[in-house]
Write a protein that binds this ligand. Structure first.
Ligand SMILES: [Mn+2]
Length: 336
């Protein structure tokens, strides 16, 4: 069991608080939502009034977590303490900052609970419990054990979900023996991993039309430069038809990236007004996604990025420029 030096200060801050505002950053995921919902149950059982806030809408793929719809993007007028989960970066709280809530937050004690190995950049944080762990859910479990917080079955399910989400089912580098022990303890308490996984998978189901469309898209994947680059182009007609159900790019981009020999997968969408968007995913040996996107005015990370071209440019021109620049970046990367 962990012994966090920040735990006591967190307990002291919470003692005098009634309304606890639980905040997720602008990139909610299974860990941040699971952690927020676990804290909601814990605070509720401690006789407090928890409020769940996130600056952006919770993505629909997370709606298998019961309680996701209690998260609001309306900032509450009154609260005593805030808890920010799963981020230490002020830049990820842009929506909240832009809406002018920073000063409200600065006026109250603010607790940060995180697991990202980065410097804290939230200037109004009173205490930061940023620990080495596979998920924020793991840190919350340790805090709960250390501080004797009540953990009901719903809270335990949310913690298990958070840990399973960020550890990709206990398979990532950051998964420690302790992470696995915690899952073991939660299962002993009555959490059923199969039940959580079933709920998640039920939400991933697709309609027959979408399954057929995915097959069509896979048939249309083009390979360039000895399969190093995989490309799919999605016209407006299909965007119009299928987007309400699913983002067409996301149907196939992982399969494209998983092709033998492929280093970069690019999914283009061509809109009615001529706007072009591209989603880029790279493999471990080709961290060029950000640079490729920046060339077209976009941005992102080394392995995942995107760009948008507003002015009408012929699609074939954009596509061939993107392909040849990708190849240039790939060659630069492999010769160093
Ligand atoms: Mn996380």
């Amino acid at each position: 069991m962990a012994n966090y030096p920040e735990a006591e200060q967190i307990q002291t801050i919470l003692q005098g608080a009634q309304r606890v505002l639980i905040i997720q950053a602008d990139n909610p995921d299974g860990d941040s939502l699971g952690s927020a919902l676990a804290l909601e149950h814990i605070m509720g059982d401690m006789g407090k009034e928890p409020i769940l806030y996130c600056g952006v809408a919770i993505p629909s793929y997370l709606s298998y977590l019961p309680g996701w719809d209690r998260v609001t993007n309306e900032f509450p007028r009154q609260f005593d303490v805030s808890i920010i989960v799963d981020t230490s970066a002020d830049s990820l709280l842009e929506n909240l900052n832009e809406a002018g809530h920073k000063s409200t937050l600065s006026g109250k004690p603010c607790i940060v609970i995180d697991h990202h190995a980065v410097e804290l950049s939230i200037p109004y944080a009173t205490v930061s419990c940023n620990q080495e762990a596979v998920a924020t859910g793991e840190v919350i479990y340790e805090l709960a054990r250390q501080l004797d917080w009540p953990l009901n079955l719903d809270a335990e399910k949310m913690i298990a979900t958070a840990i399973m989400a960020d550890s990709l089912g206990l398979t990532t580098e950051a998964t420690s023996a302790r992470s696995i022990h915690i899952i073991g303890e939660l299962v002993e308490q009555g959490v059923r991993i199969a039940e959580l996984e079933h709920a998640r998978r039920m939400l991933m189901r697709k309609s027959p039309e979408l399954v057929h469309y995915k097959g069509e898209l896979l048939q249309r994947v083009e390979y360039a430069a000895d399969n190093r680059i995989a490309i799919i182009s999605i016209p407006w007609r299909e965007i119009e038809l299928y987007s309400p159900q699913y983002n067409p790019s996301m149907l196939v981009i992982e399969d494209m990236r998983m092709t033998i020999g492929t280093q970069v997968a690019i999914a283009f969408k061509v809109y009615k007004d001529g706007k072009i968007t591209a989603k880029i995913r790279c493999n471990q040996d080709a961290p060029i996604a950000a640079r490729l996107a920046e060339h077209f005015g976009g941005g992102g990370h080394a392995y995942a990025s995107g760009f948008k071209i507003q002015q009408a440019r012929p699609f074939n021109e954009v596509k061939s420029e993107c392909t040849s620049y990708a190849l240039q970046l790939l060659n630069e990367t492999s010769t160093k």
